[in-house]
Each structure stands twice: as C-alpha cells, then as structure tokens.
Design a protein around this ligand. Structure first.
Ligand code: FMN
Length: 241
C-alpha cells in the first residue's frame, strides 16, 4: 500500500475508534472467555448412557445446575414468531416440565400471547454457564385449562399475583407514575384477595418435537445430542459442534 493510502486508512480507523462509545465494547469483548476453568466446571457427558427420552435428561441436568449454584436456572428464553414469520424472543420462568410438556405463564393479550395465538409453535432455550450446558426445545404450544392457570398463579408469591393483576402487558405505557399507581392497586388487591382471578393469565405448555442437549468442552469438542420425536418414541443423534 502506498504511504498516503496507509496514512488515510489509519486515520479512518482511528476516527471510527474514537467514534465508539466509552467503555470500548470491542476491547471489553476481547477480555472475556467462555468455558473458562475459573468459572465453569465442564462435566464429562457420555451420550451412550443417556435416557431414551429428553424429560429424564432435562430433569437430571436441571438438578445438577441447581447443585452447581447456577443462578436462576429456571429462567429461559422463549422464542416465538409473528404472523409474518419474523422471530421474537424474551425471558420467562419455567413453571414445570412433565410428559405434557414444558410450561410457562403469561398474559394472553401480551405480544407473545398474541403471537402464540396466531402461530402456536415456539422454542425454549436454557443456558447454564456454571456447567457449560445449553438446552434447546422446539414444538407446538397449547394453553392449559384456565382453572389450572389460576391454580398455578395462586400457588405462587404475592408479587407474582400482583404482577399478573397489573395486566396490560406489552401495551404502550404513558408514564412511570401510571405503572406505579396500577401496581400499587394490584399489590393491595393481591394481599387482600390471594385467590383473585387474573383472567388473561395463561399457562402454556410446549410439547417438544425436538430437544438438544449441548455439553461444552474446553478443547471445543462439544457434545451435542439431539432427540427427535418419532411415532414410537425418540430418535437420538449426535450433531457436529
Ligand atoms: C428473569 C425474568 C423472568 C421473567 N419471567 C416472565 C414470565 O414468567 N412471564 C412473563 O410474562 N414475563 C416474564 N418476564 C418478562 C418478559 O421477559 C417480557 O418482558 C414480557 O413477558 C413481555 O414480553 P412480550 O412483549 O414479548 O409479550 C421475565 C423477565 C425476566 C428478565
């Protein structure tokens, strides 16, 4: 490169570097690692000894995440798609997992609720860095009967009931004061009426067609085990990492 071109390239590189906000995100990113032995224990994972269906393996891995001190292992990403097929994602809490599926709860009128009504199919994602593990599930989603949703809500904390009673999730909020007012009323009602119904609160169940278990490995020889539902049970296959 001629000297003038080199000078102008370095001037434009420093101009773009100085245009970056402080702290420098790119510098920070280069200091970070995954599968670092300082923060992560990477257990051996032998796919030949896994159970025939994913629920049993999920339950074992969940208990191991709790035992390893993984913060909030019961939070997960829920991916849906809008009527145009465009993806969307957010965090929700896992309410249970059994042969009927993995359950979570939300308002039927929320953005995700409307997306699920139009396209009742979703993906769930767990990442438990304490053990270098990731789990992905995909499948159709159904709403549980309303009585079950209300019973599930009333077995939870006053805060959970107050949040559900506040309602209007995903609507545009006029001001913080408006939320404070509505929330205060909802908390008072939740304390006064621990069985107050939250009519739009819905318990959803995702029944997976596919479940993938990923065990990270320091040498990047990650183990990926995929379960696919068949007419007679589950097919188990390894995937290249
Ligand atoms: C840790 C955590 C847990 C959450 N759990 C729930 C939940 O169980 N149900 C829910 O409706 N929203 C939950 N939220 C809020 C959602 O991420 C989201 O902001 C909200 O449901 C609105 O999403 P939507 O506009 O896509 O419908 C949680 C958020 C966080 C950060």
């Amino acid at each position: 490169m001629p000297p003038s071109a080199s000078a102008s390239a370095s001037a434009s590189a420093s101009a773009s570097a100085s245009a970056r906000p402080d702290p420098d995100l790119h510098d920070l990113l280069r200091t970070l690692r995954v599968w670092s032995p300082e923060v992560t224990t990477l257990p051996a994972f032998d796919p030949d000894t896994t159970p025939a269906e994913p629920l049993a393996l999920f339950t074992t891995w969940f208990a191991e995440a709790v035992a390893a001190g993984q913060p909030e292992p019961h939070t997960m990403s829920l991916a849906t798609s809008d009527p145009d097929g465009l993806p969307d994602v957010r965090t929700v809490m896992l309410h249970g997992a059994d042969t009927d599926g993995w359950s979570f709860a939300s308002h039927s009128g929320s953005r995700k609720g409307r997306q699920l009504a139009a396209r009742p199919y979703a993906a769930l994602h767990f990442y438990w860095p304490a053990l270098g593990r990731q789990i992905r599930l995909r499948g159709p989603v159904e709403s549980a009967p309303s009585t079950e949703a209300q019973a599930d809500l009333h077995a939870r904390s006053t805060g959970a009931l107050a949040a559900a009673l506040t309602g209007r999730q995903s609507e545009v909020l006029g001001s913080v004061a408006e939320l404070e007012h509505a929330s205060q009323e909802a908390w008072e009602r939740a304390q006064r009426e621990p069985d107050a119904p939250a009519p739009t609160w819905t318990l959803y169940r995702l029944r997976p067609d596919e479940a993938e278990f990923f065990q990270g490995d320091a040498q990047r020889r990650h183990v990926r085990l995929k379960y696919s539902r068949t007419d007679t049970g589950w097919l188990r296959e390894l995937l290249w990492p």
